[in-house]
Design a protein around this ligand. Structure first.
Ligand code: SF4
Length: 147
């Protein structure tokens, strides 16, 4: 199962803020260091802010800061929120406009749902604070923007 780009970026933003401690990088700082378009980073930051996982203040002395809820957030909960809990296969035909002929009675669909839930559940006990313990946190802070 491959994560959506926005899910991975959301986790990286949370990790960067968790590693940053009391410094408050801006969305532009984060997008530069993560080498992603500013608009993509800004969309992800807006969702994380709406979820109460970070605060964003404009102007001098402003920037992004992780909330306590963000520091202790479950990685599984963040992944569920960004990925959604829809089918991993396109059973209802969102991409093709016609549902799979087996969609009303497919055992594979049930098995894939079980696997998806197991994937999320394995991430539920892991917190944002956990995933920035060394060596990851120091590595994150040492990343320089690409020239
Ligand atoms: S075969 Fe089953 S799992 Fe695959 S798309 Fe069709 S309904 Fe979904």
């Amino acid at each position: 199962m491959r994560l959506l780009r926005s899910t991975d970026l959301a986790l990286r933003v949370l990790m960067r803020l968790a590693a940053a401690g009391d410094s408050n990088p801006t969305t532009r700082d984060v997008s530069t260091v993560m080498d992603v378009p500013y608009t993509h980073a800004a969309k992800v930051v807006a969702v994380l802010r709406h979820m109460g996982l970070l605060t964003a203040r404009r102007g001098r002395g402003g920037g992004l800061a992780l909330t306590e809820e963000g520091r202790t957030a479950s990685v599984g909960a963040v992944v569920r929120a960004f990925e959604g809990e829809g089918d991993v296969a396109d059973c209802e035909g969102a991409a093709t406009s016609s549902p799979c002929p087996l969609s009303s009675g497919c055992r594979l669909r049930g098995a894939l749902r079980g696997a998806q839930e197991a994937f999320f559940a394995s991430l539920d006990p892991v917190t944002v604070a956990d995933i920035v313990e060394a060596p990851t946190g120091p590595l994150l802070l040492g990343i320089s923007p690409r020239p």
